[in-house]
Design a protein around this ligand. Structure first.
Ligand code: SF4
Length: 755
């Protein structure tokens, strides 16, 4: 049902020749990452060696995956593209919109009611356009992808930053914004700056209490949250081969926490075992035929310092368990030091909750190792001091773990089994008492632990660790507990020690499932009706943006001159606004509400030039729009950094902002502006930022001869009657200028589809 062997065969048919061509062009042996990148060039065979960290390259990904929160806008945009079907295999996974509270039996029906219209929309739009649909409760996107779709040597994009999890099965899998996903589904190339490469050489073998999670927790401590930016992290060495496939997935998953573009491992026997266990023997057979190409060249791994931009070496024999946190995933503390470090920093030692799950650590192996600790606790007369919750990664994992008694073991220790979904990991956790904002500690097996992430309480100290350490610490109820050395007092008053965890890489009796939760799309979806209520406050069909009027833009009002950092969060906040991700007009009410107004140092408070009164940014912009006036947003350096969220570009476009003029752009946001038909401009002289006054009216001159590499001019009309002209640069190429003229890239795609 779920995977597409014909597509994989097609990818593999060209793999060897493309690797050979790339090796010739590059003139040296290749890493695995390079092999996957060069075999997925949009133009086919490589004809030049790309400069890492510099060249922008067009790629042809094999797959697209979307989660329910981000899929809404991606698919609303795709509907605008006018294509009858998606151009590459694509899937939607309903996992983010399910609140964890009382356990799956109550929480899932509740979510199905609460978010019914969103789920119905996603199901119908998937059905229409040939997209596989995974229902609420089917599992977390990245576990489901690993179980069903990931394949060695493949390239995929997904509208979620932990798409990188699929590197555990040897893919280059990258998180993107909805606009990129829309392009690829519409059959367009996908552009990426050719990444730098970080090699991680693993030697030895995990033992005792250490797990794959500890590899990435240690790497996060070394690289920090920014250390992987713009790079692919490639793991290799005998230690890598000793890891399970899902363990590799855990490591790749948290590559997102070091900012890496993605992470990957070479094809090996653990991957073959996993493919066969998950009903994909045919994929394993095909991969085996070209397996020498599905890993880096031997010369690379023999002298890695020559081929990687940075090299890290970790000996798994010596690795110890880590707890990372609080409030950041790169603050790594070895378990042997936690007692002292926590005391020195005033971190609360009493642990309130232990949570196992998330796309990072919810595999069968994860549950089985944690269950072995839970079982020991029961056998040795211990109870959990902390509360304990489990989110299985998929229905297949849940069903199998239930059959094998693992979930029963957790329940015997009073654990709550939550839905196969993200739950507390994305803050969808109705935690009793969180609103009191008391200082407290939780431990979890997730990937992120920023303030407020799990329960909204800024005083929750969250520590990231492996599932087995979560289990041990939840039982002890103490952050400083070290199961390698410490004992616990049981119900008879005896001192007992927990033995190291044991578990099964794969279920001995095989995976099983009754209803995995997959809904295949209609073969011919042309008659399928997409379900969106016109009165919905969560979903809204998009109208095409209007094309450029063919003249220079005159009489534009200054909406805001933003001061300092202005990230996509400042432009389009998340949190409570998440629920409007599928409704452009409603979510536009958060436009720029986090940006600081240069003229009064306040957020969401700008002068309405028509009335002279100060008010919220969205309302002021709506007033300009109602008066038939366009506006300009002015910003500082690196405007739009952060996520690839397309809402940050669509909202100003929707509300009638015509141009964003800044000292410099974060590139992805700049591209998103271009895709939506906006003008993204930069000051030719950054000092001109100081010339912008609060009451300015602006004219943008030169658009009738808009040409690549030719600056435009802006005339600033000041309120005192004076005016001055400044030069502004742009980075539009010929195609992007066409996007501007057409009113957005989608208008062109639709026009081409209709032709
Ligand atoms: Fe994102 Fe957490 Fe869901 Fe993973 S489990 S996809 S990290 S919200």
């Amino acid at each position: 049902m779920a995977f597409d062997i014909e597509m994989i065969k097609k990818v593999y048919a060209n793999f060897s020749s493309r690797v050979d061509a790339a090796r010739k062009v590059v003139g040296r042996p290749l890493t695995l990452s390079e092999k996957i990148l060069y075999t997925h060039l949009w133009d086919g065979n490589a004809n030049k060696a790309f400069i890492r960290g510099t060249d922008y390259v067009d790629f042809a990904p094999d797959r697209v995956a979307m989660q329910d929160a981000t899929a809404q806008m991606a698919l609303l945009q795709f509907m605008q593209a006018g294509r009858p079907q998606v151009a590459v295999p694509s899937t939607v996974h309903c996992d983010h919109l399910i609140t964890a509270k009382d356990g799956a039996a109550i929480d899932l029906p509740h979510a199905n009611t609460e978010s019914k219209e969103v789920f119905d929309f996603l199901a119908s739009v998937s059905n229409k356009y040939g997209i596989g649909f995974w229902k609420p409760g089917a599992g977390i996107i990245h576990q489901v992808v690993l179980e069903n779709y990931a394949f060695p040597g493949g390239m995929m994009i997904g509208t979620d930053s932990h798409t990188v999890n699929a590197g555990g099965l040897g893919m280059v899998a990258i998180g993107v914004g909805g606009a990129d996903a829309c392009d690829v589904m519409a059959g367009l190339p996908w552009e990426l700056k050719f990444p730098k490469l970080i090699g991680v050489k693993l030697t030895g073998k995990l033992n005792g209490w250490t797990s794959a999670k500890d590899v990435i927790l240690k790497v996060a401590g070394i690289l920090t949250v920014k250390g992987g930016t713009g790079a692919i992290v490639e793991y290799f060495g005998d230690g890598a081969e000793n890891l399970s496939c899902t363990g590799k997935g855990t490591i790749c998953n948290m590559g997102a926490e070091v900012g890496a573009t993605t992470s990957t491992f070479g094809y090996d026997e653990s991957m073959e075992r996993y493919l066969r266990a998950t009903n994909r023997a045919d994929v394993a057979d095909e991969a085996n035929k070209i397996k020498e190409h599905l890993t880096g060249d031997a010369e690379v791994y023999a002298e890695p310092e020559k081929y990687f931009d940075q090299l890290i070496e970790i000996n798994l024999d010596e690795l110890e368990p880590y707890l990372n946190g609080p409030f950041t995933p790169d603050l790594a503390t070895p378990i042997s030091q936690m007692k002292e470090v926590a005391a020195a920093n005033g971190w609360p030692l009493k642990v309130e909750w232990g949570l196992i799950g998330s796309c990072t650590n919810s595999s069968y192996e994860d549950l089985s190792r944690a269950a072995s600790i839970a079982k020991q606790a029961i056998d040795k007369g211990l109870t959990t001091k902390a509360e304990f919750g489990i989110n299985p990664g998929s229905e297949q994992v849940r069903y199998t773990a239930n059959r094998d008694g693992l979930l029963g073991t957790f329940e015997n220790l009073n654990a709550t089994i939550f839905t196969n979904a993200c739950g507390p990991c994305i803050g969808m956790w109705d935690r009793v008492g969180a609103e009191k904002a008391e200082k407290n500690t939780i431990v979890h097996s997730f990937n992120r632990n920023f303030a407020k992430r799990a329960d909204g309480n800024p005083n929750t100290y969250a520590f990231v660790t492996s599932p087995e350490i979560v289990a041990a610490i939840a039982i002890a109820g103490n952050l400083g507990f070290n199961p390698l050395t410490d004992t616990l007092t049981n119900d008879k008053g005896e001192q007992v020690k927990l033995d190291p965890p044991v578990g099964d890489e794969l279920p001995v009796k095989g995976y099983a499932v009754e209803d995995a939760g997959f809904q295949a799309p209609a073969i011919d979806g042309s008659g399928v009706q997409v379900l969106v209520s016109p009165t919905s406050h969560r979903l809204q069909l998009l109208d095409p943006f209007t094309p450029w009027e063919g003249t220079d833009l005159k009489g534009l009002k200054l909406l805001i001159k933003a001061k300092g950092k202005c990230t996509t969060d400042h432009i389009s906040m998340a949190g409570p606004w998440l629920k409007f991700r599928g409704h452009l007009d409603n979510i536009s009410n958060n436009m720029l509400i986090g940006a600081v107004n240069y003229f009064n140092d306040k957020t969401d408070n700008v002068k309405n030039e028509l009335t002279g009164e100060y008010g919220p940014v969205p309302a002021t912009q709506r007033a300009y729009k109602a008066a038939g006036l366009g506006s300009v947003v002015v910003g500082d350096e690196n405007y739009g950094e952060g996520s690839s969220r397309e809402h940050a570009a669509m909202e100003p476009r929707h509300l009638g902002v015509r141009a964003v003029l800044v000292k410099s752009f974060a590139r992805i946001h700049e591209t998103n502006l271009k895709k939506q038909g906006m003008l993204g401009l930069t000051f030719a002289d950054k000092n001109d930022y100081d010339k912008i006054r609060e009451d300015d009216t602006l004219d943008i001159i030169g658009l009738t001869t808009f040409t690549p590499n030719v600056p435009l001019q802006i005339v600033l009309h000041h309120a005192d009657g004076t005016s001055e002209t400044i030069f502004v640069n742009h980075s539009y190429n010929a195609q992007q200028i066409e996007w501007f003229k057409a009113g957005g890239a989608l208008n062109i795609i639709r026009r081409e589809a209709a032709a």
